[in-house]
Design a protein around this ligand. Sequence first.
Ligand code: NAD
Ligand code: DAU
Length: 343
Amino acid sequence: MNILITGGAGFIGSNHVRLLLDQSDDRIINLDLLTYAGNLENLAGLEDNPRYRFIKGDILDRALVRRIMTEENIQAVVHFAAESHVDRSVEGPEVFVRTNILGTEILLEEARRAEVDRFVMVSTDEVYGSLGAEGMFTEDTSLAPNSPYAASKASSDLMCRSFFKTFGFPVIITRCSNNYGPYQFPEKLIPLMIANALEDKNLPVYGDGQNVRDWLFVGDHCRAIDLVMRQGKVGEIYNIGGCNEMKNLELVELLVDKLGKSRDLITFVKDRPGHDLRYAIDAGKMMRELGWSPTVDFSTGLAQTVNWYLENRAWWEKIRTGQYQEYYNKMYGSEGRHDASMD
Ligand code: NAD
Ligand code: DAU
């Protein structure tokens, strides 16, 4: 099968590309704009794989998307590309609207035009809003997004729904809780805290640190998405979660202790505006209908993740110093060596 992965140079997308190349015979076309969050080092070693092609490009570039669909004879799309960071959406929502909503609409239209067999929309539990102390999100929970990021993802989900209802286009939506693992950009809680702690910098906990997230190892998320792509029912929504709730403060303390650093580094800072209190996913449908369950328990996954950041210090140091942006400009700028387009 020829699979178009969008956003395959990001955190989850790059883990997914690796999974597919390792465990399937599929041909993978990775379309990624290489925004600040896209990093080709996440895909190092795959360049010469004959089943893999990287295309630097924008999902908003309709002509490029159209050409890829037909020239590569795309049979399935797994759509990861997005602006993904809540704090950035508070600072500047517009790019979230363009990439997450219009970008998804363009992909849907061009995939429908090319008669693609499957379109998997990788969405998030944040579309459901926030929980109190009790309860879990099911696939039937009403949409109540609170951040511009969550609102843009909810909008793209609704666009997907409309393509199924109106055109019978074979879309499936997945909604996952917080991922952690290798290659996560160090603006997100776990890698930020690891990197700051290793550099003996303050660890900024928002508000009182009592907000709860449900953590899932990225490899388990990717396996779930792959199952959904191959065996999921079109027009359906599948929640994916780790059954692993933790308060932010407890998680940061755990990381500090694992790294042998002082808890005095923990600093309480001004809360995120509109900060959702608690997320918890009921992943029963994935388990019952597709036989999926998480395989990596949190202490194993967290230890693996901490080790990965310890062993790959150069990866995150380059990002934090901005060096990798210089590299992209060199490789992909007007003087660059890589052909970014398909011409
Ligand atoms: P990420 O920010 O690490 O990666 C996003 C990727 O999309 C980057 O490689 C970026 O270059 C690319 N991209 C951005 N705009 C683009 C455009 N216009 N055209 C082409 N490529 C573009 O994100 P992530 O954490 O890997 O998340 C991937 C997807 O999974 C997102 O859709 C996100 O909403 C969803 N999700 C993430 C989590 C999580 O915990 N990280 C949980 C649930 C769902
Ligand atoms: O739930 C799925 C979502 O998880 C995905 O859709 C998003 O793409 C992904 O970014 C993530 O969103 P969160 O906002 O939950 O993740 P983040 O890592 O930004 O924050 C996790 C929690 O930690 C949240 O309650 C805010 C808090 N936090 C975060 C940062 C970066 C802090 O206390 N301090 C920080 O410096």
